[in-house]
Ligand binder design. Structure first.
Ligand code: SAM
Length: 280
């Protein structure tokens, strides 16, 4: 079978890397693993030997058929779907009804298709209440952006969202030669250990995302100027003066740049904006 570029197919062929990924996860026999994009089953094969259940979501027709024929293990469920279309919550609750002995929180393992890695991560963060942790192969740059602290060049929307809800850590880097076909980029394994409680309370997820999109719209500008020029996105009724006052009441200097703000500061800003706008 020829790898489909359009589906981000770069299959792992390096056994050393495959076993490092699975040993970093060390699945237990009472755990449910959600594997996204199992491909030919390089990771799946080892995961099913250790985990209670592996639910593997694969979009490719041929690959999902291949997986169903290749593995007869009862603790593997191959789901032939687009991960962006399925309701992860329904999928998992159906499986947990069938397997009540399993932990209620799932563990996610994936060598992600890079063309939709951000969309998949955002979707996983939305269902964080049912996720224990995620071990994800990503493009190195994306993994670094997510894990980097405030003040670093790459800190941005995804870093804030991920770091509010999870402890993020790059476990190791993976060279292009570990895949076939060989990708043009370096890769990294990122671990996200989801917190029981976020590090700061977010009063409204949608408002947070709008503020982040506004705040990071032009990296060289101050947060005040960025929020002013994207006021319409946040709420068309917001005036420039009000934005300045709201920043001050969140104790954020309006002349700072978005990449210097901590996750807690973004959560506080969201609260101040939300409370002000609810009253409008
Ligand atoms: N896990 C395998 C490995 O490590 O060798 C394959 C990883 S490959 C980078 C990504 C896999 O995701 C492919 O098998 C591809 O068909 C699948 N995929 C791509 N888009 C998908 C989607 N929207 N939903 C589910 N699977 C998808």
């Amino acid at each position: 079978m020829k790898a489909k570029k359009s589906l981000g197919q770069n299959f792992l062929i390096d056994h050393n890397i495959i076993s490092r990924i699975v040993s970093s996860v060390s699945p237990k026999n009472n755990e449910l693993i959600l594997e996204i994009g199992p491909g030919h089953g390089a990771l799946t094969e080892i995961l099913i030997k250790q985990a209670g259940l592996v639910v593997a979501v694969e979009l490719d027709d041929e690959l999902s058929e291949e997986l169903k024929n290749k593995f007869s293990e009862k603790n593997l469920s191959v789901v032939h779907e687009d991960i962006l279309d399925v309701s992860i919550e329904y999928l998992i609750s159906d499986q947990l009804n069938l397997h009540p002995e399993l932990n209620k929180k799932i563990r996610v393992v994936a060598n992600l298709p890079y063309y939709i890695s951000t969309a998949i991560l955002t979707k996983l963060i939305k269902v964080r209440h049912i996720v224990q942790d995620m071990t994800l192969m990503l493009q190195r740059e994306v993994a670094e952006r997510i894990a980097n602290p405030p003040g670093s060049k790459d800190y941005g929307i995804l870093s804030v969202i991920a770091q509010l809800y999870a402890k993020t850590r790059i476990l190791f880097l993976v060279k292009p030669g570990s895949f076939r076909p060989i990708p043009k980029v370096d890769s990294a394994i990122l671990h996200l250990d989801v917190y029981k409680e976020p590090i700061a309370e977010v009063v409204d997820d949608e408002m947070l995302v709008k503020i982040l999109q506004g705040a990071f719209s032009q990296r060289r500008k101050t947060i005040l100027n960025n929020l002013k020029s994207s006021a319409d996105l946040i709420n068309p009724k917001l005036s420039s003066d009000e934005i300045s006052k709201l920043l001050n009441s969140a104790l954020i200097d309006p002349q700072r740049r978005a990449e210097t703000l901590s996750c807690q500061e973004f959560a506080q800003l969201t609260k101040v904006f939300y409370e002000f706008l609810v009253g409008k």
